[in-house]
Design a binder for this molecule. Structure first.
Ligand SMILES: CCN(C(=O)c1cnc(C)nc1NCc1ccco1)[C@H]1CCCNC1
Length: 323
């Protein structure tokens, strides 16, 4: 926590433009964990020392050992969180959690059952939910809400920078309490209201800092994919011929009356597999049932282009051109 200006910064690592995570500390003495700061959920969980090594995803990640922490407080209540990508089960514990140097006494989940898919592919150990309290399982007050109630932050906001270049250090930044001017240009456009894209009746868009891609209703995504000439490789996954990338159109999201264009650089993920270039389209089809859906989920590749300010004081989201 830089005492001068009431903000707290956490450097993020960028793994292949698809995973962004930063370090937190739990317990005394410090136990270090890499977590995704995830606005798509509102709970903190990390793998548990008591997770059976039969769960490969536990075995290959840092695990919290309650018996080694002098400030551990037992809770034991059951915990389960469902993601579209896999669900996590465990039990609740309480301990000191440090984010960007700010300590909070936090109830969090120790994961004892971690599905191999997707978590063996995770370069992070756990997830720190940055979403609204009404998303929190077991009614647990989220970390950022506990930090806000300490009145140590200059502003009741947090901002996210995701770099687009895996070689760039840092790969990103989570800033609690303000915005970092070196990571954006121009001014912020606010108010993520009903989006107008593809949705006749108007639909909502969610900004999910914990998702790699942009997901949308399957019917809309397939229209978009046909328009850009992408072919469906696996369920809901699309690729294009790398030679055609330069001729791809700009795709714009209209949020709150403001257009947010994405160029092919922003929505094509170029990866070399077995020596050849694969160009994956970072739009995915995902139908989320009402009342939440239909919904577009704007993930890392959107945030990498638009520096995002989560303004909890005014309940709004601001976007500025990322550097
Ligand atoms: C963290 C769980 N999530 C993932 O999409 C996810 C799953 N599995 C792996 C291996 N990575 C994921 N996200 C990587 C990432 C980091 C930052 C940007 O994207 C989502 C689930 C829904 C709520 N929001 C978060």
């Amino acid at each position: 926590l830089s005492p001068s200006n009431g903000t707290a910064s956490t450097a993020l690592t960028n793994y292949l433009d698809t995973q962004y995570f930063g370090e937190i500390i739990i317990g005394s003495p410090a136990q270090m964990f890499n977590v995704v700061f995830d606005t798509g959920s509102a709970n903190l969980w990390v793998p548990s020392q008591s997770c059976s090594p039969l769960y490969t995803a536990c075995f290959t990640h840092n695990r919290y050992d309650a018996s080694k922490s002098l400030t551990h407080i037992h809770n034991g209540t059951g915990f389960s969180i469902q993601y579209a990508s896999g669900n996590v089960r465990g039990f609740l514990s309480e301990d000191i959690v440090m984010v960007g140097g700010i300590p909070v006494v936090q109830v969090f989940a120790e994961a004892t059952a971690l599905p191999a898919v997707p978590f063996i592919f995770a370069k992070f150990d756990g997830v720190l939910g940055m979403g609204y309290p009404d998303m929190a399982i077991d009614g647990i007050t989220p970390v950022f809400d506990r930090i806000m109630s300490q009145d140590v932050l200059k502003e009741q906001v947090f901002s996210v920078y995701y770099s687009r270049d895996p070689q760039r250090i840092p790969g990103g930044q989570l800033l609690l309490g303000g915005t970092e001017s070196k990571y954006y240009t121009g001014t912020f456009n606010y108010n993520l209201s009903k989006c107008t894209l593809f949705c006749t009746e108007g639909c909502t868009a969610m900004i999910d800092t914990g998702s790699s891609f942009i997901t949308g209703p399957a019917s809309s995504v397939s229209v978009l994919m046909r328009t850009i000439g992408a072919v469906e490789l696996a369920e809901g996954e699309y690729t294009v011929n790398c030679d055609l990338v330069m001729s791809l159109p700009i795709v714009a999201f209209h949020l709150g009356g403001q257009a947010y264009p994405l160029t092919q650089e922003d929505y094509i993920l170029r990866q070399s597999q077995f020596g050849e270039d694969i160009c994956t389209v970072t739009f995915r089809a995902l139908d989320i049932p009402p009342p939440t859906g239909p919904v577009w989920i704007l993930g890392a590749n959107f945030i990498a282009r638009y520096y995002t300010k989560f303004d909890r004081r005014n309940n709004r989201i601001g976007f500025a051109q990322a550097v």
